[in-house]
Design a protein around this ligand. Structure first.
Ligand code: FES
Length: 238
C-alpha cells in the first residue's frame, strides 16, 4: 500500500512524504495489487451519473463514483480509487484524500454488517455509551474490530443528523433510532440471523414527531389544490 501512496506522492508537483507511518495504512497486505474495473452494468451507471454534471464539472461525480466502486467491491482498494480518479481526470492523490476523509468509505475489507454507533453529544446525552457497550458485549468486539467470520465491524461515528431521535446506530445504509438496550439486542439478534430489521425509530413514533404524539397540525392536512375548484368556477353574471 505504501508503495502506491509513495508513488502518488511522487507525482509532479508533490512533495515526498517523509514519515509514511503517520498514514496508518495497512502495509502488510498487498491491497494495492488488487485489480479493479467497473462491471459492464456499473460502467453504464457511472456514465449515466456523469450526465448529471457539466463537461467542466465532471470531478463533482467523485463521491458518487467512489460509492459505486465500493458497492461493487465491498470496500475501496486503492486501485478502485485510481480507476475512478482516471475516469474523472482527477489527481490520484486528491481522490485518495477524499476517500480516506469520509467514514462512509471503507479503505480495507470490513464485516458484512458495518455497525456505526453515533457518539456525538446529543446521542451521548441519550445513552450512546450504553448502545456501544451493548454492541461490544453481544458481538464480543471492541471498537474498530471486525469479527473473525467477517459478519460484523464495530465503529463509532460523529452525528448522523438524526439527533432528535438519539441515540442512533447505523448499519450499512440504514439507521436505527430511539435505541434502548433491548432494541439494540433485538437488532443484533436479527442481523446474526441474516435478517435486516426495519430501520427507523424504535419508540413507536413516526420519523421525528414528538414521542408523546403530534402537538401541532392535529388534523389531517388539506390536500393540494384545496378550494381551487371553487375559485375556478365561472362567476355568476349579475
Ligand atoms: S448526535 Fe447522534 S445523530 Fe446527531
Amino acid at each position: 500500500m505504501y508503495g502506491i501512496v509513495k508513488g502518488l506522492l511522487q507525482l509532479p508537483g508533490r512533495v515526498l512524504l517523509k514519515q509514511p507511518a503517520r498514514w496508518k495504512l495497512d502495509t502488510t497486505n498487498m491491497y494495492d495489487k488488487l485489480k479493479f474495473e467497473f462491471t459492464e452494468q456499473n460502467l453504464c451507471r457511472a456514465k449515466e451519473m456523469l450526465t448529471n454534471y457539466g463537461e467542466k464539472e465532471q470531478r463533482g461525480a467523485l463521491l458518487p463514483l467512489l460509492d459505486l466502486a465500493q458497492r461493487q467491491y465491498g470496500w475501496l482498494p486503492i486501485t478502485a480509487i485510481k480507476a475512478v480518479a482516471d475516469m474523472l481526470k482527477v489527481d490520484h492523490f486528491e481522490a485518495f484524500e477524499v476517500a480516506s476523509f469520509y467514514t462512509m468509505f471503507r479503505m480495507r475489507p470490513e464485516g458484512k454488517f458495518r455497525l456505526m454507533v453515533c457518539t456525538s453529544t446529543p446521542c451521548f446525552l441519550r445513552g450512546s455509551d450504553v448502545v456501544l457497550n451493548t454492541c461490544k458485549e453481544v458481538l464480543n468486539l471492541n471498537e474498530n474490530e471486525t469479527s473473525s467470520d467477517m459478519q460484523f465491524t464495530l465503529r463509532t461515528v460523529c452525528c448522523y443528523g438524526a439527533c432528535a431521535n438519539a441515540p442512533v446506530l447505523g448499519v450499512n445504509d440504514d439507521i436505527y433510532e430511539d435505541l434502548t438496550v433491548p432494541a439494540v439486542e433485538d437488532i443484533l439478534s436479527c442481523l446474526k440471523n441474516d435478517v435486516i430489521p426495519p430501520a427507523g425509530p424504535r419508540a413507536g413514533r413516526f420519523c421525528s414527531e414528538p414521542v408523546s404524539g403530534p402537538t401541532t397540525l392535529l388534523c389531517p392536512p388539506t390536500p393540494p389544490g384545496y378550494c381551487m375548484q371553487e375559485l375556478c368556477k365561472p362567476k355568476k353574471k349579475c
